[in-house]
Design a protein around this ligand. Structure first.
Ligand code: CAO
Length: 416
């Protein structure tokens, strides 16, 4: 079966994580993604955090599967000519260089449009065009701090805290992928390409929207009833860090299970869903709470919600996180074990669904990586290995009309 994005040619001028995560996903769904890399070194992640000497690092392999690699020094005249030819026959160019780098290279949006008016140019930057920080280079944690995630994550008596989920990087890449596909559909209507840009700050903020909701509520009310600070603590004029609080309308907390003293992940997340109160009482052996007015409504429970969680922890003392979830699932209580990366890697369901896949690689042997988190009824994305540096250089050059001698000359001049 043809993959839906088959026939879409993407120049992948990306590096590190935000851009590569975007183009990898489009490659999974069938796009022909050609990663353009500096000769000799390539994407910096090829050599960052290596676990095997001289072999592409897992940092690179997990963000660049299903792609081709073209080495090209785009600062040389001959390199620019190759890139121009490539732009003329491609649909999309994705880049996440520092601010102004593409312009300095001679490929401004105006120039790209001259070369190919149908081209979609997709960019990731730390901050949006015209923002007072638009000149800043940005990495993951910088974006988490600038987008509101860090100030609202962690403990109220500790510093702002970043998440290990790549809210700044991969999340921005996912936003960009939606933008690219939207522009591509738009092009089918207008015949014209357009520039698509996502800033890492905006992408983080978009995911932190409930915290903006809380700021607006705090401005009006002076308190936030679902936060651990309510009703016994104090609120300032900014959204506080709420620890592991539920954050929505349903209180929740991370609770200790059997073995927590030695196992850092012997915990479950437990949610007190309003309409599931009676099943909760039955599950944890507290049937008397079903009729006690101190417990029957969410409002009545909130002032002593931490004591309620303490009682549930007592109940969890002799149960592993898996045993606990197996009991609670029978009562329809939203919960899950806290899973370590080791447990996730060995999770049979994730392997079966293709969310974690094993991929053969030319120099590494086989390696595990994430597969598509998006599942389709008529498409099974297959993950293939990331390319070696320059693995497809000659193939791409000859598809652009370069003959053997010309390709040889580009190699000997170190243009490719
Ligand atoms: N041939 C020749 N030159 C190349 C090239 C190639 N194939 N590919 C890149 N370059 C050059 C660029 O032209 C640029 O040169 P100048 O600065 O002289 O114009 C340089 O390499 C790349 O610069 P950079 O600013 O992108 O790289 P950096 O390592 O200094 O910064 C980063 C990295 C990520 C901070 C920066 O790229 C950035 O802010 N990107 C936008 C935000 C982003 O995506 N961040 C997330 C990264 S994932 O954590």
């Amino acid at each position: 079966m043809n993959k839906p994005l088959q026939g879409i040619r993407i120049i992948d001028f990306t590096h590190v994580q935000a851009g590569p995560a975007c183009t990898q996903m489009l490659a999974w769904f069938g796009a022909d993604v050609i990663k353009v890399e500096r000769p000799g070194s390539g994407d910096v992640t090829r050599s960052q955090l290596r676990d095997i000497p001289d072999v592409d690092a897992l940092y690179f392999t997990m963000l660049n599967s299903n792609k081709k690699s073209l080495t090209l020094d785009t600062k040389t005249q001959a390199g620019k000519e190759v890139l121009e030819k490539l732009i003329k026959v491609s649909d999309v160019m994705v880049e996440n260089f520092g601010p102004g780098a593409l312009d300095r290279m001679g490929f401004s949006w105006e120039r790209i449009q001259e070369l190919n008016p149908k081209m979609i140019l997709a960019s990731v930057k730390g901050f949006s065009d015209g923002h007072h920080y638009e000149d800043l280079k940005v990495y993951e944690n910088v974006a988490q701090c600038a987008g509101g995630a860090a100030s609202t994550t962690g403990w109220w008596d500790g510093p702002p805290t970043v998440s290990s989920a790549a809210l700044g990087d991969s999340n921005t890449g996912m936003h960009l992928a939606i933008g690219i596909l939207t522009a591509y559909i738009g092009r089918q209507q207008t015949g014209k390409g357009q520039k698509v840009a996502v800033s890492m700050q905006d992408a983080v903020l978009n995911l932190c929207r409930v915290k903006m909701r809380d700021q607006l509520r705090l401005d009006r009310l002076g308190y936030l009833e679902e936060y651990p600070q309510y009703p016994h603590g104090t609120f300032s004029d900014v959204v506080p860090r709420g620890g592991n609080a539920g954050g929505g309308g349903q209180p929740g907390w991370v609770l200790k299970c059997k073995g927590w003293e030695t196992d850092p992940n012997a915990y479950i997340y437990f949610t007190v869903q309003g309409h599931a109160w009676e099943p909760i009482c039955d599950a944890i052996g507290k049937p008397e709470w079903k009729t006690d007015p101190n417990y029957t409504t969410a409002k009545a429970r909130q002032p002593h919600i931490m004591d309620i969680f303490g009682t549930i922890e007592e109940w969890l003392k002799d149960k592993t996180k898996y045993e606990a979830v197996d009991i609670l699932r029978k009562f329809d209580i939203p919960c899950a074990p806290v899973l370590s990366m080791k447990e996730l890697l060995n999770d049979e369901s994730l392997r079966k669904s293709g969310s974690i896949v094993e991929v053969p690689h030319k120099t590494r042997g086989s390696y595990f990586t994430v597969g598509s988190p998006i599942k389709f009824s008529d498409l099974k994305p297959e993950v293939t290995a990331s390319p070696l540096l320059g693995e497809n250089t000659d193939e791409v050059l000859s598809s652009l009309g370069y003959n053997g001698d010309q390709i040889k000359a580009l190699h000997s001049d170190k243009v490719v």
